[in-house]
Ligand binder design. Structure first.
Ligand code: SAM
Ligand code: SF4
Ligand code: SF4
Length: 357
């Protein structure tokens, strides 16, 4: 049973610290980490109810999502993104909720593409057949699609929306045809639910040109009833796959890459493992998150955000916004995954669908 809901959205938001004017120098947080990566949640809504993310018992028919007036407009997102790029952000990921539910998303992509950051999007793939071409034409560079199982019953049990595997596979094929190649495929592994599908998934995606990534089930939010016992450590995933298809480690593409890369020794491509629970990577964490309603979060497990929307809507200049973001980053000392315990896992935290996965 999920735990009692404590906090889906933060109850209050701080305006954020007021620091000195940003002087243009290198921007480092308290642990010496620089700001490189921005995740933007474009909607808190989703057409799936994945058991590890938006359990139906909490996100039921009467759940109140954010009203339109509360969420950032495309113009507001683009303005903030430009300030972030000015502060050194090199990669922007659009996420949610399900980002493709946000109406007219390619228009936002057209607005962000000229900023020059690496532009990518994570989707459940449910509507990709319809959207893949427009996303590519608008300037999206890369795409990650979540698919937790190729087995019909297992997938439906995980998405809890009776959504069929074939439609997501069709979406991935449409993405490849539109020029997204390789597509990254995310698979969250939950013990006793889909872990029996790990080797099958590896077998299916080997030699496809796409890159399958296994994600350890995390204690994000307060609603999914997370228990350490439900986590399959990446080491176990690698062992199971390695027994069927030998693997060897591959070099990281860049410092701070979230997924550790492994390649098949027979040349059939690579996989990634994201070990946020068993091998925390906070030391290199260079990510900030912007929630659907314009609150800034310095960690996926944060309890509170900093309200950039108020600053925007009260007439703050780009310099004011830049100074606020810089002051927030300079005070950042988050390293939740490194200090996770059974107690911290029970702390109130904002939901991933709100903050952006
Ligand atoms: N709706 C889109 C999707 O599912 O791809 C984007 C948002 S979703 C929150 C982003 C990623 O977070 C997905 O790959 C999802 O599987 C992953 N995710 C969600 N809850 C998780 C959890 N408790 N542990 C690990 N990964 C999780
Ligand atoms: Fe929706 Fe993605 Fe969360 Fe699943 S993981 S409920 S698809 S936001
Ligand atoms: Fe970054 Fe927080 Fe995750 Fe650590 S726990 S890697 S600081 S988002």
């Amino acid at each position: 049973m999920p735990q009692k809901v404590i906090s889906i959205r933060p109850e209050s938001r701080t305006p954020g610290p007021k620091g000195p004017r940003y002087d243009g120098g290198p921007l480092a947080d308290k642990l010496g980490r620089s700001l490189r990566d921005l995740r933007i949640s474009v909607t808190d809504r989703c057409n799936f109810r994945c058991v590890y993310c938006m359990p139906r018992e909490v996100f039921g028919n009467d759940y109140k999502f954010l009203p339109h007036a509360a969420i950032l407009s495309f113009e507001e997102i683009a303005r903030l993104a430009a300030v972030f790029v000015g502060l050194g952000v090199k990669k922007i990921r659009l996420t949610g909720g399900e980002p493709l539910l946000r109406k007219d998303l390619p228009r936002l992509i057209e607005m962000l593409a000229p900023l020059g950051a690496d532009l990518t999007l994570t989707t459940n793939g449910s509507t990709l057949v319809k959207h893949a071409r427009a996303l590519k034409d608008a300037g999206l560079e890369r795409l990650t699609v979540s698919l937790d199982s190729l087995d019909e019953a297992t997938f439906r049990a995980m998405n809890d929306a009776d959504f069929p595997v074939a439609k997501v596979l069709g979406g991935i094929a449409a993405a490849a045809a539109a020029g997204f190649s390789p597509v990254k495929i995310n698979m969250v592994v939950k013990r006793g639910v889909n872990d029996h599908q790990v080797v099958e998934a590896a077998r299916y995606w080997r030699d496809s040109g796409h890159i399958l990534r296994f994600i350890e089930y995390m204690d994000v939010g307060s609603t999914n009833g997370w228990r350490m016992d439900d986590v399959i450590p990446s080491a176990e995933v690698l062992r199971r796959i390695g027994e069927a298809f030998p693997l060897e480690p591959a070099e990281a593409n860049y410092a701070g890459e979230v997924a550790a890369r492994w390649r098949y020794t027979d040349g059939a491509g690579e996989i990634g493992v994201i070990s946020s629970v068993t091998r925390a990577f906070c030391r290199d964490c260079n990510r900030m998150r912007l929630s659907t309603e314009g609150a800034l979060f310095t960690c996926l497990f944060a309890q509170q955000g900093h309200d950039l929307k108020a600053l925007l809507r009260e007439g703050g200049s780009d310099d004011d916004i830049r100074d606020r973001i810089a002051a927030v980053w300079r005070l950042r000392d988050d390293r939740y995954s490194e200090i996770r315990t059974a107690q911290t896992a029970r702390l109130p935290k904002v939901e991933m669908s709100y903050i952006g996965g």
